[in-house]
Design a protein. Structure first.
Length: 90
């Protein structure tokens, strides 16, 4: 199941970069297994309450890897990334 999830995240990242005709693939593709484990097994968060006090924060300091974080957030149940940016979550 983990391999299917990792592959799905990779395909999502490639699809978004392809449709945008802009973006980097190396970091998102290389870090997808790590990101999957973090969001699926380690991190505490609540998509219905993104400002939950006890949530874990994931800081991706490399900007060109943001497609990975966007894909992980979307698959974790966060529907509106623009709203999260306004709230200071992303």
């Amino acid at each position: 199941m983990v391999k299917k999830s990792v592959n799905m995240i990779c395909f999502l990242v490639v699809d978004v970069v392809d449709k945008a005709n802009f973006g980097y693939l190396a970091l998102p593709m290389g870090c997808t297994p790590m990101g999957h484990v973090l969001y699926d097994e380690a991190m505490r968060y609540n998509p219905k309450n993104p400002l939950w006090f006890n949530r874990n924060l994931f800081v991706l300091s490399v900007g060109h890897g943001c497609m990975l974080q966007y894909a992980l957030l979307r698959l974790a149940g966060f529907d509106n990334i623009k709203v999260m940016g306004v709230c200071g979550v992303v």
